[in-house]
Write a protein that binds this ligand. Structure first.
Ligand SMILES: Nc1nc2c(c(=O)[nH]1)N[C@H]1C(S)=C(S)[C@@H](COP(=O)(O)O)O[C@H]1N2
Ligand SMILES: [Mo]
Length: 194
């Protein structure tokens, strides 16, 4: 460790412990989506609804990102290496309406998660398609997942197939079951206040 490396404790949000490999966690349905068949639809409170395909995504410059991943079930995996396209760049293709303040992310498995639009527009939120330099494995959400490293892992929707923009917030799969709408691990936003 050099003096530029923050101690592990400072990188671990409250109530979390470090794991060395990225676990696989989902509802158990792991859709098999070939990159050529993959589509991403941007719809809802947008000026121009858009459907993107793999070739379109590949034409955008990739961004590498090393980030920590925190699951609400209390494991954190530090320094996970991803490549993808910043989500704000993708969102801009549909020009969200100025009053669009929330999003719902939809996975091919039917899973959903909601976030404030600022979480999508954050510089380190990616549409990720590589993990540790390899094509994103199916069990980790390949061909394309969201990666929102400043939120608990349940917001990082795997097998991403659409981003829906909303004026009013709408809970997703876990949020309808009491989980937090914003989910900042540093503030331990696990559950929603009753
Ligand atoms: N489509 C989809 N995305 C999902 C889930 C899911 O069940 N379906 N589970 C979430 C949860 S709870 C976590 S912690 C992360 C786990 O990602 P990993 O399996 O790549 O570690 O995926 C999230 N994204
Ligand atoms: Mo999770």
């Amino acid at each position: 460790m050099t003096d530029r490396t923050p101690p592990l404790a400072e990188r671990t949000p409250p109530g979390q412990h470090i794991v060395e490999t990225l676990p696989v966690l989902d509802l158990g349905i792991r859709p098999d989506i070939h990159p050529e068949a993959w589509r991403l639809r941007l719809f809802g409170a947008v000026t121009q609804e858009r459907v993107l395909d793999w070739a379109t995504l590949m034409r955008l410059p990739p961004t590498p990102l090393v980030a920590d991943f925190h699951c609400v079930t209390r494991w954190s995996r530090l320094d996970t290496a991803w490549d993808g396209v910043p989500a704000w760049r993708i969102a801009a293709l549909a020009t969200p309406l100025p009053e669009a303040r929330f999003i719902t992310l939809h996975g091919y498995d039917g899973y959903t998660a909601n976030l404030p639009i600022e979480a999508l527009m954050a510089g380190d939120t990616l549409l990720a398609y590589r993990l540790s330099g390899q094509p994103l494995p199916r069990e980790h959400g390949g061909p394309v997942r969201l990666l929102a490293p400043q939120r608990y892992g349940w917001k990082s929707v795997k097998w991403l197939t659409s981003i829906e923009f909303h004026i009013e917030d709408r809970p997703g799969f876990w949020e309808t079951r009491g989980y937090h709408h914003d989910a900042d691990p540093w503030r331990e936003e696990r559950f929603r206040a009753a």
